[in-house]
Ligand binder design. Structure first.
Ligand code: SF4
Ligand code: SF4
Length: 335
C-alpha cells in the first residue's frame, strides 16, 4: 500500500498542482452549510465538519442537466464532461454510496455515459471520521468511520498533517503523479492514525437491521405505513438528500420549434412521480409512498443488487422537517 503524508500548511501545494490539470473539490462553508465545492486559489480546506449537508451524488448525477437541445430538423447532444476532478473530504459512508450508484448507472445493460465519464475522471479522497454524529449508524450496514470501500485514497486528519493511503489503482496513480508533494509518513503519523482508528467504530450507534429484507416481505400490509404517513409531509427532503436515491425524470422545455431535454432528479415521495399519462396513478396515497421509500432501500435493492441502499449517514434524520427518524421505522419493522 502506498502511503504519504502532507503537512496541513502544504495542502495548498497539492491543491494548486491538481488545479493545473482539473478541479479540486473540498469542504467549504456556504449558504447550505458545509458542502463539497471547487476550491479557488485562495480557498483553504475547512476541516471542522461531521459531513456535507448535500450528498456527493450531485457531483456525478446533478440535480438537473440538459441532455440535448433540438430544433425543427436537428438534435444536438450535450457532450459528456471529460474534466479531471479530485474530490477531497468525502466521509467513508458517502464513498460507499457511490459504489451503490455505480450499480445503477454503470449496469452493463444501461450505462449512463454522463455518470460514467464523471466517475472515470474523478479521484475520490475519503477523509476518515473523527467524531461521528449521534444520528450516524454506518457500522450497522457494513460501513465504518475509517472504512476504505469505494475510495481511491483514505486520508486521516492528524494534528498538523494528513496521512494518505492509496486504496485503488487510481489512487496509487494519483499519489505517484504528485509524489513530489507527499512526504514519507513519520512513525508519529502512523501512531496517530492507529489511535484514531482504534475504538472509532464503538462511537457509532448500532441499529439492528439483521433480516430486515425478510421482515419487509411480511410488512407490506402493516399498519406502520399509515402511522408514518400521518406525520410525513411528503416534502421529499429525505430523498433529495439521500446519497443513494437516484430516481430521475426527463422533461422537455419548448419554445416554438426549439427545445431542450433535461434530466431532473425526482422523488418517490411526490404523487406526480407515478402519475401516468392517462391520469391514472398506481400510488395515490402517502402511505404507499412512505412504504415504497423504505421497501426500495431495504428490500428491492437487496433483491435486485444484493445490497441495502442505505449507508447510515443520518441525513434524512437530521433534515426531516417533522423529525421523522428512519431508525425508528427500522425498529418498527424489526418488531
Ligand atoms: S423529509 Fe420527512 S416529511 Fe419530508 S418526505 Fe421525508 S420523511 Fe416525509
Ligand atoms: S436513508 Fe437516510 S440514513 Fe440511509 S443513506 Fe439515505 S439519507 Fe442516509
Amino acid at each position: 500500500m502506498v502511503q504519504g503524508a502532507i503537512k496541513k500548511e502544504d495542502m495548498k501545494k497539492l491543491i494548486a498542482a491538481v488545479r493545473k490539470d482539473g478541479r479540486f473539490y473540498g469542504p467549504i462553508k456556504g449558504r447550505e452549510g458545509v458542502s463539497l465545492s471547487a476550491l479557488g486559489p485562495e480557498d483553504g480546506l475547512l476541516l471542522d465538519y461531521s459531513n456535507f449537508k448535500l450528498p456527493p451524488k450531485r457531483q456525478f448525477f446533478p440535480w438537473s442537466e440538459v441532455i440535448y437541445t433540438y430544433g425543427a430538423e436537428n438534435i444536438t447532444e450535450v457532450p459528456v464532461s471529460e474534466e479531471k476532478v479530485v474530490l477531497f473530504g468525502l466521509r467513508p459512508c458517502d464513498v460507499i454510496s457511490l459504489f451503490y450508484l455505480d450499480k445503477i448507472f454503470l449496469d452493463e445493460k444501461f450505462i449512463d455515459t454522463y455518470y460514467r465519464s464523471r466517475r472515470n475522471n474523478s479521484v475520490i479522497i475519503s477523509l476518515a471520521c473523527t467524531e461521528p454524529l449521534e444520528t450516524c449508524f454506518c457500522t450497522s450496514i457494513g460501513g465504518s468511520p475509517t472504512g476504505k470501500k469505494g475510495a481511491d485514497i483514505l486520508a486521516f486528519n492528524l494534528i498538523d498533517s494528513f496521512l494518505f493511503e492509496a486504496c485503488s489503482k487510481n489512487g496509487q496513480t494519483f499519489m505517484d503523479v504528485y509524489s513530489a508533494i507527499f512526504q514519507k509518513p513519520a512513525p508519529s503519523d502512523i501512531k496517530a492514525r492507529d489511535k484514531q482508528v482504534s475504538g472509532m467504530e464503538k462511537k457509532v450507534q448500532a441499529v439492528n437491521v439483521s433480516g430486515i429484507t425478510e421482515k419487509l416481505q411480511e410488512s407490506f400490509d402493516s399498519t406502520i405505513w399509515d402511522e408514518i404517513a400521518q406525520r410525513c409531509l411528503g416534502c421529499a427532503v429525505c430523498t433529495y438528500l439521500c446519497p443513494t436515491c437516484h430516481c430521475f425524470g426527463l422533461y422537455d422545455e419548448k419554445t416554438g420549434l426549439k427545445g431542450r431535454r433535461i434530466r431532473v432528479q425526482d422523488s418517490c415521495m411526490f404523487p406526480s412521480f407515478t402519475l401516468e399519462a392517462s391520469g391514472h396513478n398506481p400510488r395515490t396515497s402517502n402511505e404507499e409512498r412512505v412504504r415504497q421509500r423504505i421497501m426500495h432501500k431495504f428490500r428491492y435493492t437487496v433483491e435486485n443488487f444484493g445490497d441495502i441502499f442505505c449507508i447510515g449517514c443520518g441525513r434524512c434524520i437530521n433534515n426531516c422537517p417533522v423529525n421523522m427518524d428512519i431508525r425508528e421505522t427500522i425498529a418498527e419493522v424489526m418488531k
